[in-house]
Design a protein around this ligand. Structure first.
Ligand SMILES: *Cc1c(COP(=O)(O)O)cnc(C)c1O
Length: 446
């Protein structure tokens, strides 16, 4: 018998009980494709009969695959809190709940409730941020890269921006200061040498075409040994003397005083803002621990100029970002750091971590794992070379095999000294029971 005659008709095929409840349009398309493919194979003599059960299953699998999420939640047991590849900072469920009424309803995003006319989207966050940072004015854009671009384009188009050669950094994800500057229309005036820049270098670079003295946080690298940089205070003093704008691209930026045991040398936002810079900018989702955004703070008349730039319309933030940021800032004002996961994780003491690791170790069997004391890094291009104490669970077994097995279960750990570690510095308590389950499942398979 001719196998072509056995090919099912699409209309009838999709009525099979296996497909109950599925979307008819999608199903018809997938069924047609599958049947056509089979027809071709019959014509090429690759198959000589129709296996309808297999065909049904293929179509069902194809359908299910369409709805498999591409973005999946992971358990970050690398120890790196701001993991760039895993979405940087987290939003806590508490903050999300607080922001929900705005995200899910119409709001006065750009509506002035008192006068019944158009309002300003940036205003909602301005008051809170000004209170938090004690600055004249602020502006929020899509990310810090956008902030850098907007600032350069507004104040330094066809003019020179003086930057130290030691600060012409690449942040990753193809953000390079010299390239961004070129795209913005600003002219880069590099000063100093890679390892050393002095105040006199900045001074000698200033001409009538200079618009700005810029300092860029080196972010993901540090210089050791024979090196010298000019601190922001001196750059600012020089800019003031020559009536120029000073701008510090901080990259990260953190608000509260961090626990002394972390040994950070970084200046906090408070310390930098005490110098009254013309402009600074930093990311919303690095150490600030909120949604992706670029936060600009500084002098009122400069922020007003930025708002007049047409580019702002292209770089503007969505209401979801705005209300998440607003909730984070309100949490900061109340010093409610426990609802900002980045800070909560960073602030955990070694004792607290040890308790958590020990608890998990007891639950999965003490003969199968050990508690390890180690160091980790912040990540996200922040605080390079700044090690933090951490505590990890060492899972006994071949590290590379375990790393892969855990990854298949969406748990990302790390290998150190040929040991597979689950580092608790970046691990939320909410995922602990799931982690215990995964560890047991994997170890029982072995
Ligand atoms: C991270 C970083 C940026 C880019 O910030 P995004 O928010 O990722 O766009 C720019 N400059 C510096 C110094 C940085 O560290």
């Amino acid at each position: 018998m001719n196998p072509l005659r056995e090919l099912p008709k699409v209309d009838k095929f999709i009525t099979h009980p296996l497909f109950e409840g599925l979307n008819t349009h999608l199903l018809t398309r997938l069924a047609r494709e599958a049947i056509e493919t089979l027809r071709d194979r019959i014509l090429k003599n690759e198959v000589n009969c129709v296996d309808e059960t297999a065909l049904l299953q293929n179509v069902k699998t194809a359908y299910d695959k369409l709805f498999e999420p591409s973005l999946k939640p992971l358990i970050n047991a690398t120890g790196v809190i701001l993991h760039t590849n895993m979405g940087r900072s987290l939003i806590s469920e508490t903050l999300l709940e607080r922001a929900k009424p705005i995200i899910c309803n119409y709001s006065n995003l750009e509506y002035n409730l008192e006068q019944g006319c158009r309002g300003e989207r940036y205003e909602h966050i301005t008051g809170h941020l000004k209170n938090l940072l004690h600055v004249e004015d602020v502006l929020v854009v899509n990310n810090n890269a956008a902030a850098v671009f907007l600032i350069l384009n507004t104040f330094a188009k066809n003019k020179e921006v003086v930057v130290s050669r030691g600060e012409l950094v690449e942040i990753g994800g193809s953000f390079r200061i010299p390239e961004v500057m070129k795209q913005s229309g600003a002219i880069l005036h590099e000063v100093g040498a890679t390892n050393k820049t002095k105040q006199l270098d900045y001074q000698n670079a200033i001409s009538e075409n200079t618009a700005m003295l810029m300092k860029v946080h080196q972010s993901n690298f540090t210089m050791e040994g024979f090196s010298e940089a000019v601190d922001y205070e001196a750059i600012k003093a020089l800019a003031d003397k020559h009536h120029l704008i000073d701008y510090y691209d901080l990259g990260s930026g953190y608000v509260p005083k961090l626990p002394y045991n972390l040994g950070l040398r970084e200046a906090s936002l408070e310390e930098i803002l005490a110098l009254q810079p013309s402009l600074i900018s930093f990311s919303g989702d690095k150490l600030f621990g909120s949604a992706q955004a670029g936060i600009i703070a500084g002098r009122k008349e400069l922020i007003a100029e930025l708002k007049k730039n047409q580019l702002l319309r292209m770089l503007r933030v969505d209401k979801i970002t705005l209300c998440l940021l607003e909730e984070s800032i309100k949490a900061y004002l109340k010093e409610e750091y426990e609802v900002i996961p980045t800070l909560w994780l960073l602030f955990q003491s070694v004792e607290a971590l040890t308790n958590r690791v020990s608890h998990v170790r007891e639950s999965v069997g003490e003969n199968r794992c050990d508690v390890i004391y180690s160091d980790t890094y912040m990540g996200g291009g922040t605080l390079p070379n700044r090690k933090f104490p951490t505590v990890a669970l060492h899972i006994k077994g071949k590290a590379t095999v375990l790393e892969k097995k855990f990854r298949e279960h969406h748990v990302i750990g790390r290998i150190e000294n040929e040991q597979f570690l689950l580092d608790f510095r970046s691990l939320l308590p909410e995922v602990e029971s799931q982690l215990i389950h995964t560890i047991k499942t994997i170890l029982d398979e072995q």
